[in-house]
Design a protein around this ligand. Sequence first.
Ligand code: SF4
Length: 153
Amino acid sequence: MSKVMSNKTPFYENGLRFECQGSGKCCTSHGEFGFVFLTIDDRRRFAKHFEISTAEFTKKYCAYNLEQEAWHLTEDAKNTDCMFLKNKKCSVYEARPTQCRTWPFWPEVMNAKSWKSEVESFCPGVGKGPLWSKTEIEKIMAEDFENSKKIGS
Ligand code: SF4
């Protein structure tokens, strides 16, 4: 995991424009970004959304990754789309996991090289919509960083 704070002037010093265009592209496995990992808070939020217990939600919709020691949404081997992606839209938008809320400002892609190759090249939301300031971006990066520490809880 890359550091959230750095002394170097970041490539997003003057902010970045981003607005989700509803392409659903980030909701399908691509490259290293295979799983939608879930913290206990994410699973509780989902359980509330579906009006079932957290244990029921976990049993029905989640799989455990032994390597990462973490829960993630179950994947279909033949379909790389997230199970909640319907007609290119998130069908659980209000209850979506933190990992989805913080995209694309994940610490691991917030360097010029990764941003260009892993985000800008395929996400149509980059360069559109409101300008996110450096402060706002780093707040989201910090949220994602804290969230990733809780994955596996
Ligand atoms: S939960 Fe929603 S936003 Fe997250 S990957 Fe699935 S469809 Fe996309």
